[in-house]
Design a protein around this ligand. Structure first.
Ligand SMILES: Cc1cc2nc3c(=O)[nH]c(=O)nc-3n(C[C@H](O)[C@H](O)[C@H](O)COP(=O)(O)O)c2cc1C
Length: 347
């Protein structure tokens, strides 16, 4: 395996150079404490993976209404910021860099996580299925009032400022996997008639406003965003959604952000309406750095990077199973195989 290019340093933006092109994918682990703050165990878990070019943190909620799973960390109060400082400090001490993935689940939640309140979403469009790890069914969310949408944009901005305060090197806006930004982009979940819906530009506005506000707060060089243009998780495609993505990406081309990142579990999946894979669609429309992810082996990623299909690779499950993933790639050692039981502890 010719690992040379994947192990070379990479200039992600004006201010950030990565020591290699292997990224630790964002991975929700549900180990935060009762204040939804990270613990020493979480800090040690990330520190062990500091030889990746960049760690993207587990999805981290920007405000309490953004929670949809147990014990997922937040970055909206001082105790959380203080605890994240310990995480980022340990990663930096080991020579790594770390971005915070900023998250709001929207309708992918349940009153059990929201002190009895209904989940909020662009529109009252029900989500079917069971809330993971519980016996509860998802339900019908409450449509956000117009001023509440503006307030959430501010929450994302404040969370980005908090992340920088906590020592993160940047933020990744979670626009993927059927969560709140995704719900605004897709016609199926956005039936709004105000300026945040009704047209392609309307459905793009929430995402683009958040990007703009965060750039203003912390600089474009510290901002990445993740998208799932192939609706595959908690989401449904409607003809024309791909045009909204193309428009958003065109707008992002003007902003010089650090990267765009594909959110998908298997990036060999092709979508008729995207004219190929999710990553090939993002590559076609976005001119900046592209991180791919989704069931890549190191060999497949090396070949795809050599063929200019994308620039960096995010690895999820294999990095859960192999804290020493990068070393094993360097030494051409066999990887430990991932299995779901590994999610029950942080090692
Ligand atoms: C346990 C687990 C938790 C995940 N949590 C997140 C998350 O918090 N944010 C996110 O964008 N993607 C999340 N993902 C998706 C991964 O980032 C990644 O895209 C996916 O696992 C495919 O990459 P892989 O085949 O290398 O694992 C998660 C995946 C797994 C398996």
């Amino acid at each position: 395996m010719n690992t040379a290019k994947i192990l070379e340093s990479f200039e992600l933006s004006r201010s950030i150079t990565l020591k290699n092109r292997i990224i630790m994918a964002p991975l929700t682990r549900c180990f935060a404490d009762k204040d939804l703050a990270p613990t020493q165990l979480i800090s040690d878990y990330y520190a062990r993976r500091s030889d990746t070019g960049l760690i993207i943190s587990e999805a981290t909620i920007v405000t309490p209404s953004g929670q949809g799973y147990p014990n997922t960390p937040g970055i909206y109060h001082q105790n959380q910021i203080n605890k994240w400082k310990e995480v980022t400090g340990s990663v930096h001490k080991n020579g790594g860099q770390i971005f915070c993935q900023l998250w709001h689940v929207g309708r992918v939640s349940h009153p059990t996580y929201l002190t009895g309140n209904k989940p909020v979403a662009p529109s009252s469009v029900a989500l079917s299925g069971k809330v993971p790890r519980t016996e509860f069914e998802y339900g019908t969310p409450r449509a956000l009032e117009n001023e509440e949408v503006y307030d959430l944009i501010k929450k994302f901005k404040q969370a980005a400022l908090n992340a920088i305060d906590a020592g993160f090197d940047g933020v990744e806006i979670h626009g993927a996997n059927g969560y709140l930004l995704n719900q605004f982009i897709h016609q199926y979940t956005n039936l709004r008639t105000d300026e945040f819906g009704g047209s392609l530009k309307g459905r793009a506005k929430f995402t683009l406003d958040i990007v703009e506000q965060i750039i203003e707060a912390i600089g474009a060089d510290r901002v990445g965003i993740r998208f799932s243009p192939g609706a595959y998780m908690n989401q449904q495609h409607t003809e024309g959604d791909e045009k909204t993505y193309a428009y958003i990406l065109e707008e992002l081309n003007k902003k010089k952000i650090a990267y765009v990142h594909t959110g998908i579990f298997d990036d060999t999946t092709t979508f008729d309406y995207l004219g190929g894979t999710a990553t090939s669609f993002l590559r076609k429309h976005f001119k900046g750095n592209l991180i791919a992810s989704g069931s890549y082996t190191a060999a497949a990623a090396i070949e795809a990077i050599a063929n200019d299909k994308f620039d960096l690779i995010a690895i999820g499950r294999d990095i859960i199973a192999n804290p020493d993933y990068v070393k094993k790639i360097i030494d051409n050692e066999k990887l430990t195989e991932y299995n779901q039981s590994m999610l029950s502890e942080l090692y």
